[in-house]
Design a protein. Structure first.
Length: 232
């Protein structure tokens, strides 16, 4: 897609685009919305991690026939990776990204919502371990080398930017953002927040948002659709 930053990546996979079309439909049930978000997250995450990780040999193993082979893992190691879902809808993408990684990784939640009148993000929850190991608390966690932010929608990009700022302040070296759908403005804003440290991967990209900050044609309120809270 022309005009987007070089650290913005929009999938062109035909199967993903077909699934995205199904996800847009008002007739798609909550159960199917959950399934489609999971499947699209797998496909976008697969592309993102192929670019963001490298293979690393770690000793040798033995096959059932007794042959030796080189053990392969990823770099950075899973112990240096943090998965960061944006509450609440980002939780729907956690199983997909977790299943792609070879070992479990830390999951640190960020709670952000958009204030209705200004559309600006407000943080209400943050469980990042801001303080590193010290003599008084040697078990305190330090920053991850790589943080993977997951959130189905990047509308204006304000929420993604706030999450990027929190992780940058925490001390991460790199950030990968994985989303189902974004707008052109949202992508540009998220990619520009920390251009040298962030790569943003999305399943699709729409032109703009409406006056309520909802993507056109978009997916509707994806959190309400996922958790069947429409009309709250």
């Amino acid at each position: 897609m022309s005009g987007l930053p070089k650290n913005a990546h929009v999938s062109t996979h035909p199967c993903l685009q077909a699934k995205l079309s199904l996800l847009r439909s008002a007739d798609t049930t909550s159960r199917d919305v959950q399934t489609l978000v999971h499947e699209i997250a797998l496909m976008v995450g697969y592309e993102a991690l192929a670019s963001g990780l490298i293979t690393k040999e770690n000793g040798t193993g033995q096959s059932p026939l007794g042959y030796s082979y080189p053990n392969t893992t990823v770099s950075p190691s899973p112990s240096a990776i943090s998965l960061v879902p944006i509450l609440r809808s980002g939780l729907s993408m956690v199983p997909a990204l977790s299943s792609l990684l070879p070992s479990p990784v830390a999951i640190h939640h960020l709670g952000l919502y958009r204030e209705k009148s200004t559309l600006q993000p407000v943080e209400y929850y943050n469980n990042l371990p801001f303080h590193g190991p010290s003599s008084s608390n040697p078990t305190a966690g330090g920053p991850a080398e790589l943080a993977i932010i997951v959130d189905p929608v990047i509308a204006t990009g304000a929420t993604a930017c706030a999450a990027i700022d929190s992780l940058k302040d925490w001390g991460v070296k790199r950030i990968i953002v994985v989303a189902v759908l974004a707008t052109e403005e949202g992508l540009k804003n998220a990619c520009g927040e920390w251009a040298e440290g962030v790569e943003v991967w999305v399943g699709g990209c729409d032109k703009e948002v409406d006056d309520k900050g909802m993507i056109k044609p978009g997916l509707g309120d994806i959190g309400d659709r996922l958790y069947l809270t429409i009309g709250k």
